[in-house]
Design a protein around this ligand. Sequence first.
Ligand code: NAD
Ligand code: WQD
Length: 344
Amino acid sequence: MTRTNKTILVTGGAGFIGSHTSVELLGAGYDVVIVDNFVNSKPEAVRRIERIAGRTVALHAVDACDPVAMGRVFDAHPIDAAIHFAALKAVGESVQKPLEYYRNNLDSLLVVLDTMRARGARHFVFSSSATVYGNPHAVPIDETFPLSATNPYGQSKLIAEQILRDLVRASPDWRVATLRYFNPVGAHESGLIGEDPNGIPNNLMPYVAQVAVGKLPKLRVFGGDYDTPDGTGVRDFIHVVDLARGHLAALDALFEQDRSVTVNLGTGNGYSVLDAIRAFEAASGRPIPYEIVDRRPGDIASCYANPDAAERELGWRAAFGLERMCVDQWRWQSTNPDGYPAEA
Ligand code: NAD
Ligand code: WQD
């Protein structure tokens, strides 16, 4: 496998998962071209990717929905494959702003695919989500489970997956990896890159980290009466570096094998909200005050992956446990309490 002369387009590469994946790509010898409009990230993330990797990245501060700008990106670089992270991802906001979510998440996908088609690039990795399983009838969840969506964000991922299935059916020369992520958390071990949510975090781990560092007074645990071992929600937290490595495994499989794949990227372990709080307290040495409040509308009791298909199809399995996720997330949070600095 010759990675050294391959160039990978990473849309949304300044974001949480894209930045960690870019570090892994550079470390493996790929050249990386990032497209990001910084709607939910900062350019400083790209400088830090370069610092960790000791290599430069080609950065284009453009909107992936803009076909002219994307054409110029492909003019400037010999792109072999794309990993498409760029999307809006806040579930609650997607209910308030469905048109913005459908337009951004689907236009960006279609523009990237169209530009690739015109330029002869045929290898594509897509960021999907466990949200496509809706409210699963059982756990662990495998890829054959029925798909459904309960909000416009999830629906945008379902439609995107359908677009990709139709594309592969019509044009078998495409190689597409559809990766369904469970709950990515943690940060790079350097503490230089991590998740930097705007405003008050919606997701559990960034919220817990901000309580630990003293930015937020207490966590509200949404629901203590689920049908789970301790009554709180159970999730498959996966270290973002494991997730990033899953993308490298997917790219290798697409380049080496003659077929497309759809797989879960999770650990296969379900941890409760209370387990996560205890693990973060141990990692940070700080108390996490919390109170149990009503369930959050739309939440499900339990969600964790059967990760066997990813091992079978990609030769990938998650390596890091919950403790390491918390240790790394704490290092990022405690050394960057306000996230990335804004531009001077
Ligand atoms: P993120 O918001 O940190 O990263 C997304 C990046 O895309 C940001 O840097 C943002 O500025 C950029 N972006 C958005 N729209 C763009 C556009 N039109 N043009 C150019 N750049 C654009 O989110 P993340 O957590 O890194 O998520 C990456 C992908 O993974 C998304 O597609 C998301 O839906 C998916 N996903 C995330 C999770 C999660 O919990 N974080 C779970 C499952 C799936
Ligand atoms: C985890 C658990 C909450 C915050 C979401 C999206 C999903 C995917 C990943 C993109 C649940 C509880 C949370 C808080 C809490 N994203 N919680 N207090 O809901 O599993 O998944 O992110 O694709 O589509 O829906 O993640 O981190 O929000 O919640 O008690 O302040 O933590 O109720 O049980 P979720 P989460």
